[in-house]
Design a protein around this ligand. Structure first.
Ligand code: ATP
Ligand code: MG
Length: 392
């Protein structure tokens, strides 16, 4: 019996987007994801992508697991390939669905007849196959409203397919279909989740991280790299930029009023992120901020940070509670890494009494006490880049 995987992408997602580009990107992403699970043929027709094993060693279970993380996939299912012959459809349904139908109490049959030349019409296929299966599995009852199992028969151009399970996909849009953005990635819980959420909307992310040795350790940087590597499961390859931030932070400490340390630091972070974004064609910045979480995340503080931004800043967690963010971080498996102990450059020179509701003019005045430009240029110059590739 030949088993294949059918991948369905959300029709809704295609609205306003170029359908062909969307399909090309999702097929490319799928092919790259499945590189290591064996040989297969990937084709598309009628808003479905077919993944057919091309040798016996193809690991279908692993393929399904990997596909669950691919954005743009609404649902996927394993299906059995049949001849376009009703007799074969009945036999294969019986064999292929043996276990699920034995364990179920109720079922129904649905049919999609894409090939209108097939001699039986959909309602007929459903009634006939339903009757056949009832005979084979006499304990079953038909429940059209709320069946435990829905047996689906699809009559396509070359073959027919039978399947009974629908596995929920990751949803969203295929990574790369919405352009590139730069994620400010710290070692905390929030920013990896923010990156995941924007990747879900089709954005291909790069990541930027600021380090302040010797105040922050090598271990802290490695932790962030570990997070970056982890989110490649969903985000695909990520270019990771590591910015030396010590001199800038020391300059802030030496030259600016203490109550504005954090806000000025954040403005400098944004400035550097934008310059690197320009170089690498990222069209927006992404942060893990959420209103009111810390002093630098009040509306006034965010306004002061945004005042230096020339490109949009996406803050997908802005209205979320910490508990909701943690839930996602557990789901994407970053929580355990994020909660390892570490120092972040943000916590190095934390003011004792930060201004919670800063005014822009005052922040600008405080920042203008020193000419940061040469240090900014130097930090950009000394930024190191490496690429984290997802594991196929
Ligand atoms: P997180 O859990 O993501 O660290 P947080 O609640 O600790 O967030 P802050 O430390 O104020 O909040 O940081 C807010 C945002 O600024 C982070 O979500 C991240 O996007 C960015 N950020 C903070 N520190 C760094 C850093 N060292 N390198 C890069 N980005 C950072
Ligand atoms: Mg943090």
């Amino acid at each position: 019996m030949k088993e294949i995987i059918l991948v369905k992408y959300g029709e809704m997602a295609l609205k306003g987007l170029n359908k062909n580009t969307f399909e090309d990107i999702i097929v490319k992403n799928i092919k790259r994801r499945l590189k290591s699970v064996g040989k297969f043929i990937c084709s598309k027709s009628q808003s479905t992508i077919y993944i057919e094993p091309d040798d016996e060693n193809f690991r279908l279970d692993d393929a399904v697991e990997k596909l669950k993380n691919v954005f743009g996939i609404a649902a996927l299912c394993r299906a059995c390939t049949c001849e376009k012959d009703f007799g074969d459809i009945c036999t294969k349904s019986n064999d292929y669905l043996q276990e699920v139908l034995t364990n179920a109490k109720t079922f129904k049959v649905t049919s999609k007849r894409a090939d209108k030349a097939f001699p039986m019409k959909s309602p007929e296929i459903c009634t006939e196959l339903g009757a056949f299966l009832l005979e084979k599995f006499p304990h079953l009852k038909v429940d059209v409203q709320n069946p435990e199992i829905t047996v689906t028969v699809e009559i396509r151009d070359k073959n027919a397919f039978v399947h009974a399970e629908n596995i929920k996909g990751a949803g969203g849009l295929p990574v790369g279909s919405s352009g590139n953005a730069m994620l400010l990635l710290s070692g905390g819980i929030d920013s990896p989740v923010a990156g995941y959420m924007m990747a879900k909307r089709g954005i291909h992310i790069s990541a930027i991280h600021y380090v302040s040795p010797p105040y922050t350790s090598e271990r802290a940087r490695l932790k962030v790299e570990q997070l970056c590597e982890k989110i490649t499961d969903y985000c695909g390859n990520i270019a990771f930029f590591c910015v030396p931030f010590t001199e800038l932070q020391e300059a802030i400490k030496k030259n600016c009023p203490e109550e504005y340390f954090t806000i000025i630091m954040r403005r400098l972070m944004m400035e550097i992120a934008q310059r690197i974004s320009e170089k690498y064609e990222c069209m927006a910045l992404i942060t893990g901020e959420s209103v009111g979480q810390v002093a630098s995340q009040t509306m006034q503080a965010i306004a002061c940070t945004d005042a230096v931004c020339r490109i949009p800043v996406f803050r997908p967690l802005i209205g979320m509670d910490k508990t909701e963010i943690i839930e996602i971080s557990r789901k994407i498996d970053t929580f355990d890494i994020s909660t390892l102990p570490y120092e972040d450059c943000c916590t190095v020179f934390t003011p004792r009494h930060p201004r919670v509701h800063p005014h822009l003019e005052e922040v600008e005045k405080a920042q203008n006490k020193f000419d940061f430009e040469p240090l900014i240029a130097e930090a950009v110059e000394k930024t190191e880049m490496k690429v984290f590739e997802f594991e196929a």
